[in-house]
Design a protein around this ligand. Structure first.
Ligand code: IMP
Ligand code: MG
Length: 178
């Protein structure tokens, strides 16, 4: 039987290191938002695992909202980003923290930030698990970053290749098998 582990070249964030990274980010967010009741915006689908762990490590009042953004097919970037708010998305007047899996070219997060600011949010900050600064096409950075990584395609912990491998419990470099 084929295992998804066969498609992993190397592990770059183990389950243990993911836990430490998420706890550090949670503490940073808690310190900045202690009296703000932030609205944590989980960007689907890639950040569903990260956001679930992150919010459970933050013990101050907060609320959750969801939107989907898609800009990818396989490993090739495109400038087209489709943003769809999920029912009950009300950012008006709120202090928003966008939680995203990875900051790559920056096109997706730029579009999401603009979308949320245009919807009347009070403030918008970005929290990403991973950042590939060498791939940036747009001048954008996250306030909260888990780990900077080189230009390698990674999967696991929510991140996919063609919608697969999201269920790996760690982040690994993807290996294409014939
Ligand atoms: P950006 O618009 O180029 O910054 O792309 C961000 C989106 O591309 C992320 O939300 C991911 O869905 C996807 N992406 C970028 N790099 C990777 C990767 O290494 N593995 C999986 N998805 C990626
Ligand atoms: Mg994504």
């Amino acid at each position: 039987m084929k295992s998804i582990y066969e498609n992993v070249e190397k592990v770059i964030l183990s389950a243990e290191n993911l836990k430490l990274t998420v706890e550090r980010l949670a503490q940073e967010i808690k310190k900045d938002y202690i009296d703000k009741n932030p609205l944590i915006v989980c960007v689907l689908s890639g950040s569903f695992v990260f956001a679930a762990d992150l919010v459970r490590a933050i013990d101050i009042p907060l609320q959750m909202a969801f939107l989907s953004a898609s800009s990818y097919s396989g490993t090739a970037a495109s400038g087209n980003v489709e943003i769809k708010p999920i029912k009950g998305f009300h950012p008006e007047g709120r202090d928003i923290i966008i939680v995203e899996d990875i900051l790559d070219t920056g096109i997706t997060l730029k579009n999401i930030c603009e979308y949320i600011l245009n919807s009347g949010a009070n403030s918008v900050e970005i929290c990403v698990l991973l950042d590939k600064p060498s791939r940036r096409k747009i001048d954008i950075s996250a306030k909260y970053t888990g780990l900077e990584i080189p230009d390698e395609f990674v999967v696991g912990y929510g991140l996919d290749y063609n919608e697969k491998y999201r269920n790996l419990p760690f982040i690994g470099v993807f290996k294409q098998l014939d």
